[in-house]
Every structure is written in C-alpha cells, then in structure tokens.
Design a protein around this ligand. Structure first.
Ligand SMILES: O=C(O)c1cc(C(=O)O)c2c(n1)C(=O)C(=O)c1cc(C(=O)O)[nH]c1-2
Length: 262
C-alpha cells in the first residue's frame, strides 16, 4: 500500500516495542538531527512568507494573513486539549496543560496573562482588522480551515505522543517570530507596535514546548520504525503549515479587487 497524503496520518503506530531496539535504530542525536533537518520544508521558506518578511505585501494582504492565521491560533488550545485527553500520565498532563493556558490566558482579558489568542486579536487590531472581521472568521479560506482541521483531527485520533511530535514544527518557530520582530517595524510602519507582542511572548514558550516535545519524541521513538514514523508525522504537520500559506497566497493576489480586500 502506498502512503498518500490522506492515508499517512491514519497509518497504524508501528507495533515494534522499545524492548527491541535494533542496530538500525538511529542514535538519539542523529534522530534529533534528522528532525531538525526538516526545517528545509518549514513555511518560513514559502513564497508568501518570504514576501511578507521582505516587506513586499500590501496592507490588505497582511490583514488576510492575520485573519486566516487566527483560525490556527483558535484551534491550537483545542488541539492541546485533545493531547491531554489522550494522555494517561499525570506528570505529562501537568506539563502539557501549560500550553492551553498560554493560548487561552489565565487572568482577565485586559491583563498581562490574557493569553496568545488575545494577543493575536491585538495584532488584528494593530493591522486594522476590527474584532468582528477576526472573530466572525469570515475571511478564513476553505484551504486554511481544511489544513487546520486536519491538525486537530490528527491530535484527536492518534496516540498523544504522535500529536506531541506533530507540534515539533515549533523547533523552527522562534526564528520566524524573531524575523518579524526585527523586520516589520521598518517594513510595515503602519502596523501599531503593540500588535507585535504576540511574537515576542511566543519565543520563550516555543523553546520550552520544544524541549518537552523532543523528550517525548526521543522516549517514544525507540525503534527505527517509530523514528521514521516521527519524521513522517513532522512532514505531515509541515505540509499543513505550507498548505495554509498556499491558500492564503491564492486568496490575496496583488491585484485583488478593492471591494474584496479585508
Ligand atoms: O508563526 C508561526 O510561524 C508559528 C508556527 C507554529 C508552528 O510551527 O506550528 C506555531 C506558532 N507560530 C505559534 O505561534 C504557536 O503558538 C504554535 C503552537 C504550535 C503547535 O503545534 O502546538 N505551533 C505553533
């Protein structure tokens, strides 16, 4: 049976148990290096992201990106709740729980711990999107919705360790956040500076989450079969992020009619 895009997320977890590592099993350092080498497929290299970070986009295109990415932001804590629901280990749940609070927030919505979704909605305001334009999800493209929902469905239906591995695209996220913080103020002076807080606050959180995710990956992927499965999972998630930008790029061409612009 070949492994097509739709089949691979449903591939059964390899049966090989940790008690039977073979000579073919990569050393943990090599395994991690192979995971990190997947950066070549990260959406940082997508043509739309390259244009975004070179300052080449018009305001309506930046607004389109922000409005569509909001759907991803909304689904991440639901995805993390699915991971929790599938995890029978208390210690792991305690650590994972932080991720939900990071996005949904802890205090009141005006305070410092309002959470990532709230910070993203401030980014929306900073680029000129009203709350209704964001929260109504009316700008969310079908391709973006499909891609994000695939991530959520994956986390709901697969063992929690596999879902944890799928979050490891965050290995590459601190750089993309840092690029935005470094470049956008000069490239897009019309974006209000406080809107960029989301990217600043995500960098240390992503670093912490990746440490945990890699611990889970190293422990779970104790056979070559599982190591290869982990790489396949990371590719699946990289494709989700790439597909989101494909859909966004297509929806907001440079010459989009004025009345269709977000
Ligand atoms: O802006 C980005 O390029 C980017 C990418 C990713 C990612 O690699 O999945 C995440 C985020 N941002 C992010 O802000 C975030 O909170 C996040 C959580 C997760 C995840 O899979 O659990 N990915 C990402």
């Amino acid at each position: 049976m070949n492994t097509t895009t739709t089949e691979r997320q449903d591939a059964p977890a390899p049966a090989a148990a940790c008690s039977a590592p073979s000579l073919r099993t990569w050393h943990p350092e090599e395994f991690e290096a192979r995971l990190r080498a997947c950066e070549a497929r990260y959406h940082v290299h997508h043509p739309f992201n390259l244009r975004l970070n070179r300052g080449e986009l018009q305001p309506f295109q930046v607004r389109g990106w922000v409005a569509n990415r909001f759907y991803y932001q909304l689904c991440i804590p639901q995805k993390d709740a699915a991971v929790l629901a599938n995890c029978a280990q208390r210690e792991e749940r305690r650590r994972w729980l932080e991720r939900i609070l990071d996005h949904d927030g802890r205090g009141d919505f005006a305070g410092a711990n309002a959470g990532g979704i709230e910070a993203w909605s401030r980014l929306g305001r900073a680029v000129g999107l009203g709350p209704d334009a964001l929260w109504s999800q009316r700008h969310v493209q079908p391709g973006v919705r499909f891609a994000v929902d695939a991530y959520l469905n994956f986390a709901r239906s697969r063992p929690w360790e596999e879902a944890a591995i799928s979050s490891l695209t965050e290995m590459f996220a601190p750089k993309i956040h840092a690029d935005r913080l470094a470049g956008w103020p000069a490239l897009y002076p019309w974006i209000q500076a406080e809107g960029l807080a989301y990217f600043r606050q995500r960098i240390p959180l992503a670093t912490r989450d990746v440490e945990h995710g890699l611990e889970v990956a190293r422990r779970w992927a104790c056979t070559r079969e599982r190591q290869e499965r982990a790489l396949q999972i990371l590719h699946f998630k990289l494709d989700i992020l790439w597909s989101m930008l494909d859909a966004i790029e297509r929806a907001y061409p440079d010459d989009l009619a004025e009345e269709l612009r977000p």
